[in-house]
Design a protein around this ligand. Sequence first.
Ligand SMILES: [Zn+2]
Length: 237
Amino acid sequence: MRVVVLTGAGVSAESGLATFRDAGGLWEGHDPMVVATPESFAADPDLVQRFYDARRAELARVEPNAAHRALARLEDALGDDLLLVTQNVDDLHERAGSRRVVHMHGRLRVAWCTACDGRHDWTGTLLDLPPCPGCGAERLRPDVVWFGEIPYEMERIEDALWDCDLFVSIGTSGVVYPAAAFVQYALSRGVTTLELNLDVSDASTDFHVSRRGPASELVPAWVEGLMAATGAGPVSG
Ligand SMILES: [Zn+2]
């Protein structure tokens, strides 16, 4: 069975990371949705760098939860038949043990040099304009996809959706495109679709099955059930 899983902010929220939309509205008096744009970066790079430096620092204070760990077990069981796509820019899937993760909106812990196009693992700050390890230019920005920029690896994701048997959307509001269109794309291919989300989402009625609850409960239950049904489980952990 080939499975494509899409995860969103709801999965990281249970680890204590404020979701982008539920962050309490304002960050230092600014709407986070407005901070995360190329236009904001051009107008006030320090503001945008401080925002992402703070979010990167936050990662050191959180741990993966049961939903991340269950998805890592699913990868152990399905191998290449699972594609895990995340809208999250944190590294909690990797820290839970997932190895093949498509970060369609980029990664907080990677710096991208706009001078040489190099990408470098990064845990520190960027506000202080550190030199690029590759070319020395002081032109590093967070390797995250801002509003108005094109998400990463869309072709790979669409190929996987084209070929899969099951598409599962976890902890995502269903309003940010292009991810919001994945369910329609999957349905057009006759793929079975499942939504696991805390609340009813704008897309809930599109899915064959939609379950409500915390990801840390719904995801382990779904993974154990799937592995039992496919003869891949049970797997401890
Ligand atoms: Zn460079």
